[in-house]
Design a protein around this ligand. Sequence first.
Ligand code: UDP
Ligand code: MG
Length: 305
Amino acid sequence: MYSIVIPVYNERDTIPALYERVKNVIDSFDAPAEVVIIEDGGTDGSFELLKEIHKRDPRFKVLSFSRNFGHQVAISAGLEHASGDAVMIIDGDLQDPPEVLPQFVAKWKEGFDVVYAIRTKRKENIFKRAAYAVFYRILNQLSYLDIPLDSGDFCLMDKRAVEALCKLPERKRFVRGLRTWVGFRQIGLAYERDKRFAGEPKYTFTRLLGLAYDGIFSISTTPLRVAVYIGFSLAALAFLGGLLVVYDKLVYGIALVGWSSTIVVITFLGGVILSTLGIIGEYVSRIYEEVKNRPLYVVKERLGL
Ligand code: UDP
Ligand code: MG
């Protein structure tokens, strides 16, 4: 059996088209399929639409959250509830064309456990594209994992990989990082990412930044090491500066006067100390979130699950 997981948050205008296109794709599969839609606490009546669809076609199952818990949590919930031997993830805004999925399935049948999509062309504005390009490159520099460049959550995973991923207990979920972490035989497939079918992106700039933070801090401790390096370099610099001052005093008998330079140094050091504390703070807050051990999400309604 095949499963398709779709997170949906306020996508009322897209849902009818989404249903049609996904239905055509699963009709073409050579085995039964289920579609697990995670309705992420939307307020625009998406759930009512999905309810009708479920009545018409019970292969479409729905899990509705009690409030908005976020895209990555929605995907994680979908993976937990999917029972297929191969589980696919697509966005609910039709940016990931469902028609590509049969190619994923073909790769899976060749024996790959994880088939992920690589975006060749993003139809988004230049700033967003540049930001993504920089982010993925930084992420790979910082992490011991090789997260494939420009791959999103759009993928197919074998049951084994899904089970491994669901066992990871962490609350801050960066699914594409965790997917790389689980290993198995992975392969990327290039595709062109479409424009949003309707509506506005649900990721605001701040939320994207949050995702980028989660990406970096949840799979890498390199920032901590960078802080240490900066600290050592500055200490070395200060030591050399101190030698210079003593030398000047002994040889030329002058002590440097300079209010401005002092202020600059103090401000600079203050900046370094605060940002280093901030980096430590990121990890502490993550420890705090994990220690609370709250459930990832709260379910309001289930249809067919
Ligand atoms: N989404 C979600 N919960 C959220 C935000 C987004 O389930 O809190 C869904 C959204 O409905 C869409 C997918 O996640 O199907 C991707 O969101 P979006 O298109 O805003 O992200 P982008 O394509 O800009 O990365
Ligand atoms: Mg989108």
